[in-house]
Design a protein around this ligand. Structure first.
Ligand SMILES: Cc1ncc(COP(=O)(O)O)c(C=O)c1O
Length: 373
């Protein structure tokens, strides 16, 4: 099983995917360029329909990024100054910063040590008369228990905005994430499971009125040209990105299956390595990241040793959001959300991309085993 290192292995590698579908993308790109329609239009509408049907919602609205998707979602629900939104501190900054951007306040609760997702038992205790919404994040492709979360939200009449930026294709009990909440938000940042060749994002919903409002807000608050009904932004989708995403969507299920196979192989070995905890493998996980926990303050030294052997790895996320300088004014002290704080010290994401070969993976595992000596 163990083999010696041959080449360096990056944490992710987009060149392999491009080699596979480069010709298809190139031909479609030239077609879009020749069409003269570069923003919104039929190419974007086609992708929106394809993605809505893939996720299982009536509507999908393309936009410029996952960050914009969150901003537009909050604005569409009328969330703003004086409102509170419950979310996780163990995520990318956008999840919380967009709550702040609309003038509301993020309320952070701790996460589950096994799934890294919101600890659903803590939601009820965080609800106040100002609470308007919950934003669960399907972190690293791991689905949140949406059956339970939506039941909690319904009983308190709260909006649910799913941050599915890292979870295109993930499901909870057979239903795709992004279709449970009032709104689902996706990022198509290039390294995501479904990635564009630049920035792009999308919003999914089963509510036609919400969809119409988002379409208006993403285009300067206009329903008709030069007649703005609300303060909006420019967050339209490029036709080139939509065309590329339409092609890649056909491959997504296969790529996610490859990610699952890689995760299973990592699991088989890591189960036996001392001081390391393999991530929990829920059936609907699409393994955006394969993230270990390494105990005993050894994470950084192990990462360093991997690096000297040419093995890339990442730390998502080294500082939980409640302890970010930008949220100092909210008054969270260190120790307040202990699970997220401990994870920030212990997590390490190993190379994970569909084209990672078995041989490369064995090199990663060999280096990891070596780093324990
Ligand atoms: C959980 C999460 N939410 C939101 C975003 C924002 O997406 P984008 O980079 O497309 O703005 C990201 C991107 O990394 C993310 O991981």
């Amino acid at each position: 099983m163990w083999c010696k290192r041959v080449n360096s292995i990056p944490a992710f590698d987009l060149t392999q995917q491009y080699k596979l579908i480069g010709e298809e993308i190139g031909a479609k790109t030239l077609e879009v360029l020749a069409s003269g329609y570069y923003i919104n239009g039929s190419t974007v509408e086609r992708f929106e329909q394809q993605f809505a049907s893939y996720i299982g919602t009536t509507d999908c609205i393309g936009c410029n990024s996952g960050t914009d998707a969150l901003y537009l979602a909050l604005r569409a629900l009328g969330i703003g100054a004086g409102d509170e939104v419950i979310t996780t501190p163990f995520t990318f900054i956008s999840t919380a910063s967009m709550i702040s951007a609309v003038g509301a306040t993020p309320v952070f609760i701790d996460v589950d040590p096994q799934t890294f997702n919101l600890d659903l038992d803590q939601i009820a205790g965080a609800i106040t008369p100002r609470t308007k919404a919950i934003i669960p994040v399907h972190l690293f492709g791991q689905p949140v228990d949406m059956a339970r979360l939506t039941a909690i939200a319904q009983s308190h009449q709260l909006w649910v905005i799913e941050d599915a930026a890292q979870a295109a294709g993930a499901d909870w009990a057979g239903t795709k994430v992004g279709s449970f909440g009032h709104i689902g938000c996706f990022s198509f940042y290039p390294t995501k499971n479904l990635g564009a060749c630049g920035d792009a994002g999308a919003i999914t919903t089963n509510d036609g009125a919400i969809a119409a409002r988002i379409r208006m807000l993403r285009n300067h608050g206009q329903q008709q040209r030069y007649s703005s009904e609300a303060i909006g932004i420019n967050s339209r989708m490029d036709a080139l990105q939509a065309a590329i995403l339409s092609i890649k969507l056909n491959y997504l299920e296969g790529w996610n299956a490859q990610r699952r196979a890689i995760a299973e192989r990592y699991d088989q070995v890591l189960r036996h390595l001392p001081g390391m905890t393999a991530p929990k493998a829920l059936p609907g996980n699409v393994w955006h990241q394969y993230t270990l926990q390494i105990g005993g303050d050894r994470r950084d030294s192990i990462r360093q040793k991997l690096q000297t052997q040419g093995i890339g790895s990442m730390v998502y996320y080294p500082v939980p959001l409640h302890l970010q300088p930008v949220y100092e004014h909210l008054g969270y002290q260190s120790g307040r959300l202990p699970v997220a704080e401990r994870l920030a010290q212990a997590v390490l994401s190993l190379p994970m991309f569909p084209e990672l070969s078995q041989e490369q993976q064995e090199q990663v595992l060999y280096a990891l085993k070596d780093s324990l000596i």
